[in-house]
Design a protein around this ligand. Structure first.
Ligand SMILES: [Zn+2]
Length: 403
């Protein structure tokens, strides 16, 4: 059963999978159950050199036929940067996973009709056209997975934008969770979809070309279908937990403390031999660039070291978070203490956005930023002499279904 075109007009009772003989397209497969339920969108290859996620989705598509009568809600599999995937490179003109800024999205929304400037504008416009109807029509929660792979070896892990809804979903998978990385990056697809209220999970499945990466992605997607409530639990699908457990070891919750941003002019080069999650000590040599040696600014774990040419992140440093902290921040956030922060001296709520606070650090220096951090305010930036902190919307409540 092969259908070349994406189909989103009406409900249909037929599973659809892409025609393997056609040129690369976004559409990989879509299934809609007779019964209403949540929606799950899975994207592979938003970086064109990360084929493993796409391969996993192409593998799962036909197998889903078997479960067809049990499906509640909607499952959509999409390929990300089709033009870069065609060439096997990370991107053509710009990183598609840094392209979801408000300016770009407005330019590329279906009704804007602005001339695309970059290759990634075309891919973004096409993806928006395919994703938006699900958000409009979903009869339950909308979950989004984004499948990645890395240049360095290392155990797979999930990246989670820090909302309580994202955390709760991520903790259903037996994998290590990395908090706070998305808050360090501008314009990721998941950042954008989080802002619209989706529950999102990014996943680094392993090294780009390892066969095990495809297996791990496949296991994750099957578990996501169950964990989202689209298919019921079964022995058949439970065994994918074992695949994930075997690949990832003891699941931990890690948090990003530092991002080493780079530009091409830096001539950044990571020292050889670092794997994801390798422990490092303060002052340890990690990399070199045009200015000289780069040493760790603290102890922790090295995350996503860059061993390929293209990228904007040299490496990250993270540390393990205790379950107590996770529990405490959950309790505080459910109590919505964050909304009361403007009663503290030197703290003002933004006039335009209730999730943004401005801190006069000359007045408010007596309480640590840790408090804001604990309450889910992960983004920080300076505007003049004011420190501005913001948190994600839809932390505890979903905007879906919209109807
Ligand atoms: Zn990637």
């Amino acid at each position: 059963m092969a259908y070349g075109k994406f189909h989103n007009s009406a409900k249909y009772n037929r599973p659809m999978t892409a025609d393997p003989n056609e040129p690369r397209q976004h559409f990989i497969a879509e299934f809609m159950g007779d019964d209403p339920g949540p929606s799950l969108i899975v994207i592979g290859g938003i970086h064109g050199n990360e084929e493993a996620g796409v391969t996993a989705l192409e593998r799962i598509g036909p197998q889903l036929m078997k479960y067809y009568f049990d499906i509640r809600g909607r499952i959509t599999f999409l390929a990300g940067n089709t033009r870069a995937l065609e060439k096997g490179i990370r991107f053509i003109d710009a990183d598609l996973n840094r392209h979801w800024t408000p300016t770009n999205v407005i330019r590329n929304l279906p009704d804007t009709n602005l001339e695309p400037q970059l290759s990634e504008d075309r891919d973004q416009a096409e993806l928006l056209r395919m994703i938006m109807p699900t958000l409009e029509e979903s009869e339950g929660e909308v979950y989004v997975l984004d499948l990645h792979s890395t240049s360095a070896e290392g155990v797979p892990f999930a990246t989670v934008g820090d909302t309580l809804r994202n955390r709760a979903f991520a903790q259903l998978f037996p994998v290590t969770i990395l908090l706070g990385i998305e808050e360090q990056l501008e314009g990721t697809l998941l950042e954008y979809l989080n802002g619209l209220g989706c529950v999102t999970l990014g996943f680094e499945g392993g090294q780009h070309f390892a066969e095990s990466t495809v297996d791990v992605h496949e296991a994750l997607v099957w578990r996501a279908i169950v964990n989202a409530g689209i298919l019921p639990e079964s022995d058949d699908l439970d065994r994918y937990n074992l695949v994930l457990e075997k690949a990832t070891g003891r699941p931990r919750i890690l948090e990003v403390r530092y991002r080493h941003a780079i530009t091409p002019e830096d001539e950044f080069e990571m020292l050889p031999g670092f794997n994801n999650f390798d422990p490092i000590s303060r002052g340890q040599r990690l990399a070199a660039d045009a200015r000289g040696e780069i040493k760790a600014n603290g102890r922790g774990l090295v995350l996503i070291p860059l061993y390929q040419k293209l990228g904007e992140d040299g490496f990250f440093i993270g540390r393990e978070v205790s379950p107590f902290w996770i529990w405490l921040s959950g309790v505080l956030r459910r109590m919505r203490l964050g909304s009361l922060m403007h009663f503290l001296p030197g703290v003002q709520r933004s006039k335009t956005d209730p999730d943004v606070f401005e801190i006069d650090t000359a007045v408010a220096r007596f309480f640590p930023l840790q408090i804001f951090h604990l309450l889910g305010f992960r983004k920080r930036r300076w505007i003049g002499d004011k420190l501005v902190v913001s948190r994600r919307k839809f932390d505890t409540t979903s905007p879906f279904p919209r109807m």
